[in-house]
Ligand binder design. Structure first.
Ligand code: CP
Ligand code: NVA
Length: 330
């Protein structure tokens, strides 16, 4: 398997074999890290990390992964560079491509990260756009495989806003890798029909099933994984909160949902999560709309069925695999 020189913009660009290769490689790096075996095979190289939206997991994963591989990093925060304000994406790409071996981008439209990749001359990695979050997918699939021992045939139900980066990306990952994907939500929040059609083609190859349903009982019955994400994503205006709470509240992940899924079901969330009011935004919006949790109850989030912190840790191991494979370190 040779992924050297490739950008990592969406899993649509990768075959199931290539995706599994990256998950396997991440598992190897995880083992090495746990055993204290050095793997700094990219010594002397540098990467740039562009964040036009905030981050905890993705930024830290890129920084720790790069450091473990022996590399240097430069973090460009949402306000601290010329990008988009005084300098175009194409010009930025050509400048950074002269100094760095790879570039991570987190921000808005997918077209921006595609433009960066077109002009940079070095691999570009998507650290989240409005449409996709592909590095998160590798971590999620590694976490599911670690827990269940396999991916094919797993039933994953996604509840909440299924028409944004997380819903889209999970549908792609599941349909490529043979997991049954169900979007269980208000029909206004179903994924885009063209993407559903494309994923149904992937599913024909992998044997996966794709289901879109508004029925919570039927949509979660027998699921192995119940997955959700915030109802209001980064960059969305405050005005959408009221409508999201109204339309998506029936799709909150509660103990009743987990019990309906069955005893073996686990809970995943890309994080950060509104499971209590211990955050500034949680307090503000919770006071305004009278809630104490949103997409998941604190009970489920804190339960033994919740694998969210294994999932968060796996962001680092999987991002390391993407950097190493695309920079030719393996
Ligand atoms: N899941 C995720 O991407 O988290 P951050 O926004 O903290 O990077
Ligand atoms: N849908 C969320 C994902 C965060 C990791 C957002 O875009 O804010």
């Amino acid at each position: 398997m040779d992924l050297k020189g490739r950008s990592f913009l969406t899993l649509k660009d990768f075959t199931p074999q290539e995706i599994i290769y990256l998950i396997d490689l991440a598992a190897e790096y995880k083992e090495k890290k746990k055993r204290g075996i050095p793997h700094d095979t990219l010594r002397g190289k540098n990467i740039a990390l562009i964040f036009e939206k905030t981050s905890t997991r993705t930024r830290c994963s890129f920084e720790v992964a790069a450091h473990d591989l022996g590399m240097g990093t430069t973090y460009l925060d949402p306000t601290g560079s010329q990008i988009g304000k005084k300098e175009s994406i194409a010009d930025t790409a050509r400048v950074l491509g002269r100094m760095y071996e790879g570039i991570e981008y987190r921000g808005f439209e997918q077209t921006i990260v595609e433009e960066l990749a077109k002009y940079a001359g070095v691999p570009v990695w998507n650290g989240l756009t409005n449409e996709y979050h592909p590095t998160q997918m590798l971590a999620d699939m590694l976490t599911i495989r670690e827990h269940f021992g396999h991916l094919e045939g797993i039933k994953l139900t996604y509840m909440g806003d299924a028409r944004y980066n997380m819903g889209n990306s999970l549908m792609i990952a599941c349909s490529k890798l043979g997991l049954d994907f169900t979007a269980c939500t208000n029909k206004e929040y179903f994924p885009d029909a063209a993407l559903v059609a494309q994923c149904r083609e992937y599913a024909e190859q992998s044997g996966a099933m794709i289901t879109l349903t508004e029925e919570t009982q039927a949509g979660t019955k027998g699921a192995d994984v119940i997955y959700t994400d915030v109802w209001v994503s980064m960059g969305e205006p405050d005005e959408v909160w009221a409508e999201r709470i109204e339309k998506l509240s029936p799709y909150k992940v509660t103990k009743a949902v987990m019990d309906n899924a069955g005893e073996k079901a686990v809970f995943l969330h890309c994080l950060p999560a509104f499971h209590d009011l211990k955050t500034k935004i949680g307090k503000e919006q919770g006071g305004k709309y009278n809630f104490t949790d949103l997409e998941v109850t604190d009970e489920v989030f804190e339960s033994e069925r919740s694998l969210v912190f294994d999932e968060a840790e796996n962001r680092m191991h999987t991002i390391k695999a993407v950097i190493a494979a695309t920079l030719g370190a393996v």
